[in-house]
Ligand binder design. Structure first.
Ligand code: ARG
Ligand code: ASP
Length: 659
């Protein structure tokens, strides 16, 4: 009896800490609604997701296939991140109209800029089709039937719980999405790569778009005759702000998590994969940074490349630290032991482990290739070579070739070597000398047969690995055989959870389908005795401001505003001083793809736009640690202030519903 009580007590203690973990399917959110309401949510499951009436899901979109966006007006106005709209903003930028540097504010609907390759998708509905498929219907048939239901409908059947459940996702896709506004990068990307994944943060990471539709309000290809789309639902914007402890909910499209991997995979990630990728990227970043520091033209040329290499590089460092700190490997090992004791199915685990061991050299080699030989282009275009910048780029590109060749050759892959690559190194003496030779061909003679043969050999080698694994994606370090075993293992985990009344405790791994995560605004203990509060303000921007440092050089208008303190309705009092809120931290479980997601208060009103996590949170893709995992949002009041005071675009705010 005493033991049961103690266990119960332990569970009670654990419960509040565990609770913010999870990315839940909106159509099944009724299972979570009691917990949500206990934490401050005031609405119903039907308000979040309904197929009979307009619900919050009708105001959320998958933006550009990899981010999230939210509707904020009855006329199709949409908010997402600056880094999500970056390609669109860049594509309209030129030396004369440098919207990336100076920002862009359409002064009328006629000035809103169409984008060729940009679309958004609304979820029409999701539906469990496991039974239909068990009865013999194929995914193709289900998709075809669903797409016939409406204009612009796109469907997909996605697996949940590793194939134990199949869901149909039916989307309505709009292809006429126009750029309405973007702050200057010195606001939208304030802090740059230096502050990326960091708290305290001061980035105004937002941009504004508008969805256009045919006169029938249905999806239509771009046409000047299209009209602003009238959504079924848009979010009310709350200007009341947030305080530590407030309920927050995030509604968006998280891309990929790996919550149910083996302890062996955790070990591989923390001890082999991430360290290898970090080390190689450190080398690449050093080369690129040095070039950037040497020349302003090179700084611009390599900016996007540097940002994308550095993003995952920093993320992996946090992941390794987080996994070690929490003892995720040991925890998984214990869970596996308990799984075997509870279910008696030690066989599935053993088979999984065997298959993982078999596949390991293939994963490793594929990852190593992806960081080295597959990053090179094996040929430059005539146009590129005609660019006066090419002469300056040459030594940088050559150094990148050397680095890639040396790194690949210097690490043992346990697989048979790429014959052409091996032969080349032998002939030229060292990987670096061979790299110089291949680089010279790529730069001067891109049709050279030796160059093309090497390129083909690398491609073929990589394809053979994919064949061997029987699957294209390394997302969850899977193989075709592992996938089949995973279905059984995860089903066992679920049944075990149900038997122990931990029902609903297991959420399906993120897979770029719409999810709800909820938690609260919260700071955290960053280091012993060092608590990070969850709100930042304009004063923090001014403190970082430095015209000599590119990432911290803010627009004069922001300095002037701070000097005058003329914040109008956007000003708040913090500790007796007048300022403007900028970013906040919360405990929502998020991942890549959640960028641009709406952060909502208990009444379902928009209080912020999600854009990042702290770097030590990134382990949440594998295991969520409530004491340390935090997502980062830009406060909606800062967004409004910038639109109003920096952009002079108050007419956009007039379109919104403010409360
Ligand atoms: N870390 C964020 C994410 O994973 C933001 C990346 C864009 N910002 C940057 N400075 N590179 O996507
Ligand atoms: N910054 C990420 C994104 O672009 C979000 C994250 O990984 O937290 O989706």
């Amino acid at each position: 009896m005493k033991r049961i009580l103690l266990t119960l007590f332990a569970l009670l203690l654990l419960a509040p800490a565990m609770a913010d973990e999870g990315m839940w399917l909106p159509s099944l959110i009724s299972h979570r609604i009691r917990d949500m309401r206990a934490k401050g949510f005031r609405l119903t499951a039907d308000d979040i997701y309904s197929i009979n009436k307009a619900s919050m899901k009708d105001a959320v979109v998958l933006f550009d296939g990899g981010c999230t966006g939210e509707l904020v007006s009855a006329e199709g106005l949409l908010l997402t991140n600056h880094h999500c709209g970056y390609d669109a903003i860049q594509s309209h930028s030129s030396v004369e109209h440098d919207y990336l540097t100076h920002g862009f504010w359409a002064r009328s609907r006629a000035e809103e800029l169409p984008n060729k390759e940009l679309n958004v998708k609304f979820l029409v509905r999701m539906e469990d089709v496991t039974d239909r498929m068990a009865a013999g219907e194929t995914a193709d048939e289900i998709v075809r039937k669903a797409e016939a239901e409406g204009k612009g409908y796109k469907a997909a059947v996605e697996q949940m719980y590793y194939g134990n459940q199949q869901f149909l996702f039916l989307y309505e896709q709009f292809d006429d999405v126009r750029l309405v506004a973007a702050p200057p990068s010195s606001i939208g990307k304030f802090g740059g790569d230096t502050d990326n994944w960091i708290w305290p943060r001061h980035t105004g990471d937002f941009s504004v778009f508008r969805i256009y539709a045919g006169p029938d309000n249905k999806p239509a290809a771009y046409s000047p005759d299209n009209v602003p789309f009238r959504p079924r639902r848009h979010f009310t914007v709350s200007t009341r702000g947030v305080a530590e402890g407030d309920f927050t909910m995030i509604y968006g499209f998280p891309g990929n998590t790996q919550q149910y991997i083996l302890s062996d995979v955790v070990k591989y990630i923390a001890e082999t994969s991430d360290p290898m990728k970090i080390a190689i990227r450190t080398g690449r970043l050093d080369l690129i940074s040095r070039a950037q520091e040497s020349d302003p033209a090179l700084r611009i040329h390599y900016a996007a490349k540097h940002a994308s290499i550095a993003n995952a590089w920093k993320k992996w460092q946090g992941e390794v630290l987080g996994i070690k700190r929490l003892g995720t490997y040991e925890k998984k090992l214990r869970t596996e032991q308990r799984f075997v004791e509870a279910t008696g199915d030690g066989e599935v685990l053993q088979e999984l482990k065997n298959e993982f061991a078999r596949a390991l050299p293939y994963y490793y080699t594929r990852e190593l290739l992806g960081e080295t030989l597959l990053t090179l282009r094996y040929g430059f275009t005539d146009e590129e070579k005609a660019d006066p910048l090419f002469a300056k780029r040459r030594p940088v590109e050559q150094a990148l070739y050397r680095q890639a060749f040396e790194e690949y050759a210097g690490r043992s892959t346990m697989l048979a070597p790429i014959a052409a690559f091996e032969a080349g190194i032998k002939q030229h003496g060292t990987p670096a000398a061979y790299a110089d030779h291949i680089f010279a061909l790529a730069a001067d003679d891109p049709q050279n047969p030796e160059l093309i043969a090497l390129k083909e050999a690398i491609k073929e080698f990589s394809a053979e690995i994919v064949d061997e694994l029987g699957t294209r994606s390394l997302r969850n370090f899977n193989s075709a055989r592992m996938n089949a075993l995973y279905a059984r293992y995860v089903e066992g985990l679920r049944r075990w959870a149900a038997a122990e009344k931990r029902e609903g405790a297991m959420f399906p791994d993120a897979n770029l389908t719409l999810r709800v995560a909820y938690g609260k605004v919260a700071g955290y203990e960053y280091a012993d005795g060092e608590y990070h509060t969850p709100l930042t303000t304009l004063d923090g921007i001014i403190a970082k401001d430095n015209p000599a440092i590119y990432d911290y050089d803010i627009p004069q208008a922001l300095r002037d505003l701070h000097a005058s303190k003329d914040y109008g309705r956007w000003g708040i009092e913090v500790g007796g001083r007048r300022t403007v809120p900028v970013c906040f931290l919360a405990t929502n479980h998020t991942t890549g793809g959640n960028s641009g997601s709406p952060i909502l208060n208990g009444r379902g009103e928009l209080v912020g736009i999600n854009f990042d996590r702290t770097w030590r949170s990134t382990m949440s893709d594998i295991q969520f640690d409530p004491t340390i995992c935090r997502n980062i949002a830009v406060d909606i009041r800062y967004v409004l202030m910038v639109i109003d005071r920096i952009g002079g675009a108050g007419y956009l705010i007039d379109e919104m519903t403010l409360r």
